[in-house]
Design a protein around this ligand. Structure first.
Ligand SMILES: [Zn+2]
Length: 271
């Protein structure tokens, strides 16, 4: 298998994977979405809430606030040695929020959440939690734990994780008469006119929608849009909880563990 990185930054990873198949790509996609753990607030103890929002809604908003995750420092609650439903320092992070609108109406943002571990904080300090009118208060204690996206979407490490076939486009070699319909119709602006010929400007942008082929007045169309059977473009957009390459690495690790488990179970079956 060959991997080529197209784009990589704090939150996005775009790679070309060659010599793979759909089953593997889809397994990685599903594991990245549902099985790679992240931190999220799971329990909230309300100490004072005189805001207009009910306790449950504030707890829900806090749960959906993505937290930066340190996978190496914490255990999944079910795998932690403490076996306690309240958790311990190895499987739980305590966060507190104490806000009051003394001067007038104001918005409480995620940046006001104080964590006992400075590494486990909201990915952005600009997420609005609640608006307080003058003299309203919000005081609470929240407990974050590792969890998986298959249990609740708040634990999903990715806001987008998808793959598509690697496109293979053949443009007409001859000069096309007058019409530029394929160039104009493409929603991804894959084509451009060059010396009165159709030219591929951005191959990887193609999402194989076939609008260009259908728009061509010539039948059969001299323009061909196909895809490579064993090459894919994978995009991972992280919520900010984990770097995207770590999400992919954890997904491959989990897939390996699951396959080993199958192997062990097969061995255990009597011949
Ligand atoms: Zn524990």
């Amino acid at each position: 298998m060959k991997i080529e990185i197209l784009e990589k930054n704090d939150n996005n990873l775009r790679i070309v994977v060659r010599d793979a198949d759909v089953a593997l790509m889809n397994a990685l996609r599903r594991i990245a979405l549902a099985e790679v753990p992240t931190m999220a607030i799971e329990e909230v103890v309300m100490i004072d809430n005189s805001s207009i929002l009910q306790d449950e809604i504030i707890a829900h908003r806090l749960g959906l606030t993505p937290l930066k995750t340190d996978l190496d420092a914490y255990n999944l609650p079910e795998a932690c040695e403490c076996k306690s439903e309240f958790g311990c320092t190895q499987c739980r992070v305590t966060l507190t929020l104490d806000a009051e609108a003394k001067e007038g109406t104001r918005t409480v943002y995620s940046g006001e959440i104080v964590s006992e571990n400075p590494e486990i904080i909201p990915v952005s300090d600009k997420i609005p939690i609640v608006k307080l009118a003058k003299n309203q208060k919000l005081k609470l204690e929240a407990y974050a734990r590792l969890g998986k996206g298959k249990t609740h979407a708040k634990w999903q490490p990715t806001s987008m994780c998808a793959y598509k076939y690697y496109p293979a486009i053949t443009v007409p070699t001859e000069k096309c008469d007058e019409c530029t319909k394929c160039v104009d119709i493409c929603p991804k602006k894959v084509f451009a006119m060059k010396d009165e010929k159709v030219d591929v400007r951005d191959l990887l942008a193609c999402n194989l929608c076939m609008d260009c082929v259908e728009a061509c007045p010539k039948k059969p169309a001299p323009l061909k849009v196909e895809w490579e059977k064993n090459a894919f473009i994978m995009s991972i957009e992280s919520t900010g909880a984990l770097p995207p390459e770590r999400i992919l690495k954890e997904a491959t690790k989990t897939l390996g563990t699951q396959l080993n488990e199958v192997e062990e179970l097969l061995k255990a079956e009597p011949q």
